[in-house]
Write a protein that binds this ligand. Sequence first.
Ligand code: C2E
Ligand code: CA
Ligand code: CA
Ligand code: CA
Length: 279
Amino acid sequence: SKAVGRNSFQLFKSSMNARSLERLAMNSRFQHALENDEFELYFQPKQCLKTSKIKGVEALLRWHDPALGVISPAQFIPLAEELGLIVKLDLWVLNNAGAQLALWQKLGITAGRLAINISAFHLSQGKLSNSVEQMLQRYNLSGHCLEIELTESSFISSFSQAKKELQQLKEMGVNIALDDFGTGYSALSYLTKLPIDTLKIDASFIAKIPDEYGNSEVVAAIVAMANSLNLQVIAEGVEKPEQYNYLLALGCEVIQGYYYSRPLTQRQWLAFYQLKNQP
Ligand code: C2E
Ligand code: CA
Ligand code: CA
Ligand code: CA
């Protein structure tokens, strides 16, 4: 009922304050959600500006709570990290990504890598590469179809541990992207200390181009730096043709954003692919 929904929402909101009883409730809600298929992956295609073709897809998590409706990952990911549930959630995403990739291969879909978001916190645990290896074996996949986007919600506590993990992933053929580049904890030191393949320029920079002069200069500098370091660069949150054209002129290879496509359900994504690949 409506009343229940409202109360649950209150509970959800105030659990951000991490009061212990509410944390407990949130914890069990989460477990319940994992066991009852309340999570779903959406897929947002990325576009190569050189060929105009699809250049990979990012999996984005959605939580459909029966009482609360769709809850954004921007709300529940930080909470999952706080409650120590993020690794469990990452593993759910990893396995579902594997199932999707196996299906896409069966359907003959060639759209580049499927990227999943993994909390940087997970890296410090030292078990990510094992989990990825198991997933690849389980679905009989090559690591070349997978990309991992490291999200910068937490500082990487152990660089040596993270480096070891990432190197193992790279040996399997998995691509490593640094998400939200230019914000938060994502520092230049990551580029020199960790084996990174791709930079994703944070949407907050893209939102302000080409109008704000200083901002466009920052984006241009990141693209130039990425090119000279032989890193691939992706601009996130591209919404307008002016942004698209500016990035094209800069030599930015890949874009992602509403301008090309919104995040799609599995069904919508398959239709999108079919449409783009019509002769
Ligand atoms: P992100 O990885 O930076 O993902 C991009 C976010 O921007 C997504 O929000 C996407 O829907 C949104 N977006 C894409 N194009 C545009 C655009 O043109 N304009 C605007 N305004 N927004 C755009 P979403 O799906 O709500 O995800 C938010 C964040 O939650 C993600 O940011 C990521 O950090 C995290 N997240 C999402 N899925 C997962 C997951 O499976 N695991 C983990 N650990 N984190 C996830
Ligand atoms: Ca991402
Ligand atoms: Ca991002
Ligand atoms: Ca983000």
